[in-house]
Write a protein that binds this ligand. Sequence first.
Ligand code: ZN
Length: 290
Amino acid sequence: MTTMRDFSTGHEWLSINTATVRRQWRLDRIVDECAKRGIRAISPWRDQVAAVGLQALARQLRATGTVLSGYCRGGFFPAVDAAGLRTALDDNLRALDEACTLKAPCLVLVVGSLPGALEGKPAHRDLARVRTEVRDGIAATLEHARRMKMPLAIEPLHPMQAAERACINTLEQALDVCDELDPSQSGALGVAVDLYHVWWDPKLAQQIARARRERLLAFHVCDWLTPTRDLLNDRGMMGDGVIEIRRARGWMEAAGFAGFSEVEIFSEHWWGRPGDEVLDTCIARHRSVV
Ligand code: ZN
């Protein structure tokens, strides 16, 4: 039994997913505000990166000594026709390129599901078909990812997102794909464990142990509020909900994970607070409850 890292006296293992303060600040400001507080890692989103410029961000990361805990995101593989599948793959290859430029440890994949469902107009209802397209899309992306030495992290999403955002909904399902496409556990393919999505899973501890270090590429934390008022944008600050975050971190670390704990909070409440308060609260809760 390994001893868990002690987060109570510092926050060197805290990372901020930049969506957490996306409404308050542009990405360049977020990087500076994190650096000012001794937060040494972030996980940015592609649209935020595009807004400040990829090369400019790369320079700013170097200048501030900031590293990435992941890059958000690739995925959304399914499409209605062959041209759409090709477009999706091309977009993933661009995401891989960007991740390499920013020296990300992994590209996070939100795999997608029924085409058009996100816009309220699902083109069909064939979940088996999109699962196949997702598998094939990951396989095709993985060829390039291996060459570029950029690991892919499949993020299972809560089943409430199964129609719109991801047809991979449990850690077990994600790891089955990993085992099929990367049987040697090379490190090129793994999972992002986001507690918001998987905290309820009766097999969570078992599947984290199954994943082992080679597959555990990212760890995202926030909390599950009761009641939850919005399926996407009502995530809670760590400690304000029902997720046993420290217990889950214990399972991660027992399996060999020793990376960042990335705070990822999409929340109308926290987007409405001053950015300083959000980051300071993230630091305090990282120490007290993560
Ligand atoms: Zn996440």
